[in-house]
Design a binder for this molecule. Sequence first.
Ligand code: DNO
Length: 362
Amino acid sequence: MKMVFRWFGEGNDTVTLDQITQIPGTEGIVWALHDVPAGEEWPMDKIMAVKTAADRAGLHIKVVESVNIHEDIKLGLPSRDKYIENYKKTIEKLAQAGVKVICYNFMPIFDWLRTDLYKETSDGSTALFYEKSRIDNIDPFELVKQINENSSLTMPGWEPERLQYLTELFEAYRGVTEEHLWANAQYFLDEIIPVAAKHDIKMAIHPDDPPWPIFGLPRIITGQDNIRRYLQMHESPYNCITLCTGSLGANPNNDIIAMIREFADRIPFTHIRNVRVYENGDFIETSHRTEDGTVDIAGVVQAYHDLGFDGFARPDHGRHIWGEQCRPGYGLYDRALGIMYLWGLWDAYRKKKAGMTEVAPV
Ligand code: DNO
């Protein structure tokens, strides 16, 4: 297991590269050019600026998260070809800078979604929270209307400046079904994977978060059967998954350990985090510790250890603790604690295995 840490870039993150360097066993950053709009080619000088800064801190830049996919590709519009060409050029440049894994997602319009970014918890920390009934009962067009009438009413990702664009996108997705999305993903993979293979970069799709359709928009990377289908759509060691225990764990029917075992050789990158799922389907993000949430993090690490996992892992989200002011879900403290928990488990399994070999009766 190779530990990496998400970093949003100079001036865009409250965490510094020097702080990341001081977290035990952390060798690289997970990064992106957040100011380059989806669909555009990443400029080499900006890529190299991140590399120079990371090199100086003794960290590598082998994992990118994300090179975002333009909506026209997900919608299957004729204009997708030019965005796919740009994507290919970005892959080529990232390979030149030493990148080995690109994480991306195929969720229409939204990336991860929560209803509350700072939900108070009983110990005084705050955490990302998802209130299921609130999302299930929303008609997106009605919400846009309401926000237009009352700007204090909003949700993460629904800032007034995005509303016009959201309405147009919702219109564009009218009638787009899961099968359309599968077909558009197939087209994307058939174009991209040969280029990724040529440049030795693994394309690792991130599961949908939450792993079910929202606002009537289709979502396909939701569980074991669909991940299998996605991997089989283009059989190549370069068509991979970013196994995110928190995204998949929001649906308690997902057997994450079974997925790790089944997809082991197609997981170059994993996000390890915990969530607590309630009976009504709400969920909150917790510390990484197994007992604090519903995901068996100890079992997840054990499965990776058993399989000799040597891909990249990063802690994820956690809570905002000790009064830290940070990007929601991306504080230093709880993620650093998470890393120590993951290493603690890993080292214990390693010792146990070594001990078992040593004392095994002959
Ligand atoms: C949430 C993240 C996601 C992820 C993208 C990948 O914290 O795990 O935003 O980066 O979905 O494309």
